[in-house]
Design a protein around this ligand. Structure first.
Ligand code: ZN
Ligand code: ZN
Length: 147
């Protein structure tokens, strides 16, 4: 049983790498057209074209869940739940806490909350596709904890 828990944790951590990688090389790469409206909003909808990446990972997560349910991949449940948990954490931290898509946790001001917001605001200082920084989310460079 504990192996499932281990795979869940490893999947969660691996997703931070995937988030960083897809943000840096795909969203700021050949799929910039889908990510651009997260940097410079050009419409009034609550939804962004950028949400497509969320849907992509949700589909992967559901796929793993189905593989488990159909008895094709026993570890699929742990992987699917790991991806789901990361997606949820990403949404809570990035979309709600930092970008306030729902007006919640506005006053969170522990050291981690401040650092993660400061780091992501640095990412948003750049409006274009090139010269970005801080592509990760939950892992924050140490320098943003200072002061
Ligand atoms: Zn970006
Ligand atoms: Zn953002």
């Amino acid at each position: 049983m504990w192996i499932h828990f281990l795979v869940f944790i490893v999947t969660f951590c691996f997703m931070e790498f995937m988030a960083w990688f897809s943000h840096k090389y795909i969203m700021h790469g050949f799929l910039w057209s889908l990510h651009a409206d997260h940097h410079k909003k050009d419409h009034d909808s609550w939804f962004e074209r950028n949400d497509a990446f969320f849907i992509f990972y949700a589909v992967v997560s559901i796929g793993c869940f189905l593989l488990w349910q159909k008895n094709i991949l026993e570890i699929g449940l742990a992987i699917g739940l790991g991806i789901f948990a990361y997606g949820l954490a990403y949404f809570l931290v990035h979309d709600i806490f930092i970008h306030q898509r729902f007006k919640l946790f506005r006053n969170a001001n522990n050291r981690y909350a401040k650092a993660v917001r400061r780091a992501h605001k640095m990412h948003h200082k750049h409006i274009g596709k090139e010269d970005g920084e801080c592509f990760g989310m939950l892992i924050v460079p140490l320098k943003y904890f200072k002061k």
